[in-house]
Write a new protein. Structure first.
Length: 335
């Protein structure tokens, strides 16, 4: 019974096909006769209600069903008509530049995101979810007390995965999503709506929202106040940062380019104004170490301006599925 569930979690999050337990499936199909198991997998993946409502990329679903049919046919079992009918429907479906990914939380809820099918789209990499965002959300869920009933500012929110997951698992008082790319901000606002929040525009740069919909139906916990802010690290002022009054600041996958990390460190320096006005916020930054030199430059940059840091120990709270376990580090910063 665990096999269909493993397919389900990986399929809904639209992870790579090669990472599915195909050999185990083929062996199970040969020993069990196949049709009942195959129907179970089909209804936990392509025909799952969440997938039907918010479908992953057309190409991805076609490839998955094609591979599923190959494994079934290799066992010489009776064909499953529903499987072929589902593929026939997909062959007539037009492909889109956007798709959905559905990440299942331990609470039973899902984080549903509309994402670009391309890693780079519209001149930005911010329209897809990166592994550091998954890693940070897992860590946050295991350390919910840091966020509970507090104001959280997220830097470089992208399309919203980390923030939405924290809002659904950690009960913050206020959550401020922020980014600077217009297309990313638009997609971010749409994903907030998808996950049970209704927004009420206040200005062109900030949207306030209160949660409703699927969140209200699944939990009785207090709902966070949601703000979406346009935040440019190079031009933001100390006063603007102070006005947000964050208790906690988080960011995922913002340490990948020396120019960007330089702007990030400059903005973190502005947060030193908190020392005089109020208690400085706790800061946690998660990133995948792709280039060790960039990582070392970031640490050296922090040291140069007097921002302290320590590595947060790796957590074992793993409920999202990775294609390859990423080399992700979380730093806590001290300003």
């Amino acid at each position: 019974p665990e096999l269909p569930v493993r397919f389900q979690r990986r399929f809904l999050a639209a992870r790579q096909l090669r990472s599915f337990p195909w050999p185990e499936l083929e062996q199970n199909l040969r020993t069990s006769g196949g049709s009942a198991l195959l129907a179970d997998i089909l209804h936990k993946t392509v025909l799952h209600p969440l997938c039907v409502k918010y479908p992953p990329a057309t190409k991805y679903r076609r490839s998955f069903l094609t591979e599923l049919i190959k494994k079934h046919e290799s066992t010489a079992a009776e064909p499953l008509d529903e499987l072929y009918d589902t593929l026939a429907d997909l062959l007539n479906e037009e492909e889109s530049t956007l798709c959905y990914k559905n990440y299942l939380l331990p609470t039973g809820e899902a984080v549903t995101l509309s994402e670009s099918v391309a890693i780079i789209s519209g001149g930005t990499t911010g329209l897809v979810t990166w592994d550091a965002a998954l890693h940070l959300a897992e860590w946050a869920a295991g350390n919910a007390a840091i966020f509970t009933n507090r104001t959280v500012l997220e830097l470089g929110s992208g399309i919203g995965f980390t923030g939405i997951a924290i809002c659904k698992t950690c009960n913050p008082k206020t959550y401020v999503f922020s980014d600077c790319h217009p297309r990313v901000l638009k997609q971010l606002a749409e994903n907030i709506h998808l996950n049970g929040f209704v927004s009420e525009p206040k200005t062109t740069h900030r949207i306030q929202a209160e949660s409703r919909g699927q969140e209200a139906e699944t939990t009785n916990s207090p709902k966070p106040k949601i703000i979406v802010a346009e935040l440019d690290w190079g031009s933001v002022t100390e006063k603007q940062l102070l006005d947000l009054q964050p208790d906690v600041i988080v960011a995922a996958d913002v340490v990948y380019d020396p120019e960007i990390t330089s702007a990030l460190i400059g903005m973190l320096q502005k947060l030193s104004a908190f020392r005089a006005a109020r208690k400085p916020p706790e800061i946690y930054i998660a990133f995948t170490i792709r280039n060790p030199d960039t990582y070392r430059q970031f640490q050296a940059g922090l040291d140069k301006v007097g921002i302290g840091w320590q590595i947060i120990p790796a957590h074992s709270n793993s409920f999202f599925l990775y294609d390859v376990q990423p080399n992700v580090t979380i730093l806590q910063l001290f300003i």
